[in-house]
Design a binder for this molecule. Structure first.
Ligand code: SF4
Length: 381
């Protein structure tokens, strides 16, 4: 198959892979670790690094990151900042294409064999709750029986249904749930071409929080910052929404990047916003205020910290509004450490006793790492 390297097709064929209706036609990924060579610059030698190069281990010796499992292609959205609309146009396929559960499980069984230390899977669908209830039930049953590792997934405010979430949560293996919110401003939401309302977001967040809290999980919400189309009033709208979301939660911030081919790129070009300065702010890592989050302005960094505070503490909006207005005088990102907010959020989630027990366990010699179940200890603000 053009563009797909398989055991049966080891030729170098770099043409674009065909876009298929039936995703299970795509061969399962194979891991040729013993035949993969990497040049170790420090020791000036060639190595065959093995699975730890693919998923580097953390302090525990287990991979820091999850295995990204792609279970479908497509979504029902048409967001102007996202590559998905362009990919739909290029492929000519506008619906959601799903892999069969049998095919997905076969891949994961291969992965478990190839990466024996694997302990987390990111079920990477743009919106996993778009799957039908019977499909999710089939997935949940097979996953529990055959894979039995903590997993995480994405959903959207529009796809949320109680029963669908319950099916996945009842596996007892969900470690992380992420939902796209992007903005609290109805005006910016129209620019992004997103369909949900603040009311719908709050309704879904309330249900998510209620279902995740007994499992000692905090929902994760995606927010876009650094948008040139946001006014002061729009930013305050987003902060207001963050204050109204039930906590604790983790807000994940992303700096808006206008990629060629997206609706926002065309808008930015037409409005003369694509200057060298904006290009550097987006793509030059050295220009970022916060490299990890890719926040490219000081206001963005302040906004991120205040948003993280809203997720960790039940703060009323007027307090955050005052702090936001003081951002030119006080650098909140420096004054309030991110680790402190993560700690406060975890205390609210699990109670001080659990934090203390974990700290004691960490100091005990010869302790053995146990896979996180129901609590993604690796995630943090
Ligand atoms: S942001 Fe999500 S819903 Fe919107 S187009 Fe991209 S993948 Fe689809």
């Amino acid at each position: 198959m053009a563009g797909v390297y398989t055991a049966a097709n080891l030729t170098d064929d770099y043409r674009a892979a065909p876009s298929l209706d039936e995703l299970s036609q795509i061969p399962l990924p194979r891991f040729f670790f013993d035949q993969t060579h990497a040049y170790d610059v420090r020791h000036r030698t060639w190595t065959t690094p093995g699975p730890e190069r693919f998923l580097p281990p953390g302090k525990s010796g287990r991979p820091k990151n999850p295995y990204y499992l792609f279970v479908d292609r497509g979504c029902v959205g048409d967001c102007t900042y996202c590559c998905r609309p362009l990919m739909k146009k290029l492929s000519g396929r506008f619906g959601l294409r799903k892999r069969s559960v049998a095919d997905i499980m076969a891949e994961l069984e291969e992965v478990k064999k190839a990466i024996p230390n694997l302990h987390k899977v990111y079920v990477y669908s743009d919106d996993f709750l778009l799957w039908r209830e019977d499909e999710l039930a089939e997935f949940a049953l097979a996953y529990q029986r055959r894979i039995n590792l903590p997993f995480m997934f994405l959903l959207s405010p529009m796809s949320f249904r109680d029963r669908k979430l319950d099916i996945l949560l009842n596996t007892g293996l969900v470690s992380f749930v992420e939902m796209g919110i992007q903005t609290g401003s109805p005006r910016v939401r129209r620019i992004y071409n997103r369909r949900e309302s603040n009311q719908r977001i709050l309704e879904v967040a309330g249900k998510l929080s209620k279902k995740l809290r007994p499992r000692r999980l905090a929902p994760h919400y995606d927010i876009i910052v650094d948008s040139p189309w946001e006014t002061e009033a729009d930013r305050l709208d987003t902060l207001r929404l963050l204050c109204r979301l039930p906590g604790p939660y983790e807000a994940l911030f992303f700096s808006l990047t206008v990629f060629p081919g997206t609706g926002l790129y065309d808008k930015a070009r037409d409005e003369g916003l694509l200057t060298e300065e904006t290009y550097l702010a987006q793509f030059d890592l050295a220009a970022h205020v916060n490299r990890r989050l890719r926040i490219s302005s000081r206001d963005g960094a302040a906004f991120v910290r205040l948003g993280q505070m809203a997720g960790a503490l039940p703060l009323p909006f007027p307090v955050l509004e005052i702090m936001w207005r003081l951002r030119k005088i006080v650098s909140w990102a420096k004054v309030i450490p991110e680790r402190l907010l993560t700690g406060l959020k975890n205390i609210r989630l699990t109670g001080p006793g659990a934090i203390l027990r974990r700290a004691v366990a960490r100091r005990r010699p010869g302790r053995r790492h146990r896979p996180a179940r129901g609590l993604d200890v690796g995630s943090g603000g």
